[in-house]
Design a protein around this ligand. Structure first.
Ligand code: NAP
Length: 676
């Protein structure tokens, strides 16, 4: 008998006298007792806000990203313990891969995005400096800082590990402590994962707490700096987001709800095409993975009217090969639903769907199961067909959260998009086509209704990730019916746990706040050539001014011959003059860059290891033969990359003999922490 504990204020708390029995979906036996503990919600909030939050905020983004990396590694080494519990939820090992490995990989991806795309500090800089004054003494910069409250994360039963980690990782990266509340039915798997995280001792005290069972008055106690991230049904979301306390304090509420996701077979994708085969393959995967209990699962299959029958036959053939039964048995592809209640709910909704659609494959009354009792929470894969989807309502509105999908015909692409949009807002819609015009038209007609549009064809088939897989790089969420929320999507996910603030002030103020040299802020003279200074020694704002170099016509011609770039603006005086941008023959922009390097580089071996790139290059004024150029090189930003070197970004400004700016760019170098 499992007894999942809550974790509050640094202590594990056992289920109380009023704990709920959790019945296993495969055996029908009680497998766990959960909830019923008397948790002091205010004490948990105080612990998160007073201990966890300050400890997390004392770290920078990269420190927190390293923490996530360590956590992902720790969980990965112990994941078999999670897989051992996975089958109790009714899921096969393959289903568990999406949940367990999928969750750990998501955490790993946030670790790497945190280090690659966020600063090595405590303030996230969003966008460019805005010029708010003519002389440049008053500027603006958008930044984001961690919220000073707590993230309450309420999850659905279907992904007990991924559902937690995909919310926890961005919240931790942002610097916000979490209180996690898993769905009771599968909470023992979430608890096992939380135990590992706590045992790892990687997180600071108070960064993560766990509520098993009811949340009591937790939501009533939330305020302006807190966030609720909810995943579950539309009804629960509606009830929770209506909490007056959340409204009073404008507490952020993000919802990921159920949705009636669609998959469209393109008008070009006839029964012999590769796209037709792909459509069938993915539809079968969506119906059977996790026994259809995926928020992204395809509920509506929208196909050209003339191929309704061919699609029905092809799907039926594939579905009949899916072995269903005990998720632990060899060869079983589809396991049980998560609970008997879930099975009853799906059957009730199937009855409603059958008022508008014919059941053309699968029969819950006569199932063939491997090593399993049909009385338990099993259902067969099922397919319905709705012949008049325009007149229908239920097929576009009722989500049966189980292994079934409804086939429906369309006339043309506009009709297909309109049917997909009838879901009222979805997480993902997919399209199988080889025709870019079809793809563009469907996207134009329907992207406003879908959080993600997944297009697959023969070109992308072998590497595509599947209709139903939310990827940490891409947003997961959708408008309307899908909850209007947004999760994942790289750094976007982290920003949900942060406050954006517009900072206005002088260049020096902005530079000090953002730890980034801003045009117009102080430039100090470098005590030695910057290429001879270590990463640690170099200071933001440190600048060298080079000597001047005259650019001659011989230089331009030599460069043209040497590189093969004999564009007329460099070689033909009359043609160059006729060009509205040039006064006559001008130097190549790349010649200027090369001369600039020749001016500022210090050639001896030293701490500078490599030039790794160049950003935001602009050529602002032509350089004519006889002009001279010089360079001001200023340290703009420093980012630690490893324990032995970091990236230094330099602002390079090229000016001519009249002090006019002719070019500007950001130069990236890797610089060692110590001299060799
Ligand atoms: P649910 O019944 O709405 O429950 C979701 C979560 O809310 C559970 O943790 C539940 O806890 C909790 N909850 C319920 N009442 C609450 C209350 N008064 N206060 C605080 N928490 C409360 O949904 P579910 O049955 O677990 O999940 C299935 C649904 O989730 C499907 O409709 C599916 O489409 C949707 N879903 C959406 C996504 C997405 O990303 N958009 C992902 C997965 C699932 P208890 O279990 O303790 O009641």
């Amino acid at each position: 008998m499992l007894r999942p504990h809550s974790y509050a204020c640094g202590r594990w708390i056992a289920p109380g006298d009023t704990a709920t029995d959790i019945t296993g979906p495969v055996t029908g036996q009680v497998i766990a007792k959960a909830g019923g503990a008397a948790l002091d919600m205010q004490a948990m909030l105080d612990h998160a806000r007073g201990t966890g939050g300050p400890a997390l905020r004392a770290l920078g983004f990269h420190d927190r990203a390293r923490m996530l990396k360590a956590l992902a590694g720790y969980l990965d080494e112990r994941k078999e313990q999670l897989y051992a519990l996975n089958t109790l939820t009714g899921a096969t090992r393959r289903d568990g891969w999406v949940d367990i490995d999928g969750g750990i990989n998501t955490m790993g991806l946030f670790a790497s995005k945190g280090r690659r795309e966020m600063p090595d500090g405590q303030i996230y800089i969003e966008g460019d400096v805005e010029m708010l004054s003519r002389k440049g003494t008053f500027l603006g910069q958008h930044i984001a800082v961690p919220l000073q409250g707590v993230a309450v994360q309420i999850n659905a039963f279907n992904f007990p590990v991924w559902g937690m980690l995909e919310k926890l990782a961005p919240a931790l990266l942002a610097g916000v402590p979490s209180i996690v509340k898993p769905a009771t039915q599968t909470c023992y798997l979430t608890e096992a994962c939380v135990r590992m995280i706590i045992d790892s001792d990687i997180l600071p005290e108070g960064a993560l707490q766990l509520v098993i069972g009811r949340t009591g008055d937790l939501l009533d106690r939330l305020g302006a700096q807190d966030v609720v991230a909810f995943t579950g049904s539309a009804e629960t979301a509606l009830m929770l987001r209506g909490n007056p306390s959340l409204t009073r304090h404008s507490t952020r509420f993000m919802a990921e709800q159920d949705s009636l996701n669609a998959s469209i077979l393109g008008p070009d994708a006839g029964p012999e095409s590769a796209e037709f085969a792909l459509f069938i393959k993915e539809a079968v995967a969506e119906i059977t993975t996790k026994a259809g209990q995926k928020c992204t699962a395809t509920r509506r299959l929208i196909v050209p009217a003339e191929w309704m029958e061919a699609v029905g036959d092809a799907l039926g053939a594939k579905l009949s090969a899916v072995s269903t039964g005990n998720p632990a048995a060899d060869g079983v592809r589809m396991g049980a639903l998560a609970s008997h209640a879930q099975k009853a709910d799906v059957l009730a909704r199937l009855t409603q769907l059958r008022t508008e659609a014919r059941l053309i494959f699968g029969d819950p009354a006569s199932m063939t199961l491997v090593d399993a009792d049909p009385e338990q929470a099993f259902l067969p894969p099922m397919l319905l067909a709705c012949d008049d989807p325009d007149a229908a309502r239920i097929v576009h509105e009722i989500e049966a959260f189980g292994p079934l999908s409804t086939l429906m015909p369309y006339r043309d692409t506009a009709h297909a998009a309109a049917l997909a949009n009838r879901g009222g807002g979805s997480l993902v819609s997919s399209l199988f086509t080889a025709d870019p015009d079809v793809a563009r038209q469907i996207v134009l007609d329907s992207a406003a209704w879908h959080g993600r549009i997944y297009i697959n064809n023969a070109v992308s088939a072998s590497e595509s990730t599947g209709h139903g897989s939310p990827l940490p790089h891409m947003i997961h969420g959708g408008p309307g019916r899908a909850g209007g929320g947004e999760e994942l999507g790289g750094v976007r996910a982290v920003l949900h746990y942060m406050q954006r603030s517009a900072i206005q002030g002088s260049p020096d103020m902005l530079s000090a706040i953002t730890d980034t040299w801003v045009h117009g802020s102080a430039q100090s003279t470098s005590p030695a050539h910057p290429f001879q200074r270590t990463f640690t020694e170099i200071r933001i704002g440190e600048t060298i001014h080079t000597d001047a170099r005259t650019v001659t016509l011989e230089d331009i011609e030599h460069f043209a011959r040497f590189t093969g770039d004999t564009f007329y603006a460099h070689m033909d005086e009359d043609a160059a003059r006729a060009n509205p941008f040039f006064p006559g023959r001008v130097a190549h922009g790349y010649l200027l860059l090369s001369f600039a390097a020749g001016l500022f580089v210090q050639p001896d071996p030293g701490p500078v290891l490599a030039n790794t790139g160049l950003n935001a290059l602009s050529f602002q004024k032509p350089v004519s033969p006889g002009d001279s150029i010089r360079v001001a090189l200023t340290c703009k930003r420093k980012t630690r990359r490893t324990d032995s070197y970091g990236e230094v970004a330099w602002n390079a400004t090229l000016t001519n003999q009249d002090d006019e700016q002719v070019a500007q760019y950001e130069l990236l170098t890797m610089v060692a922490f110590e001299r060799a």
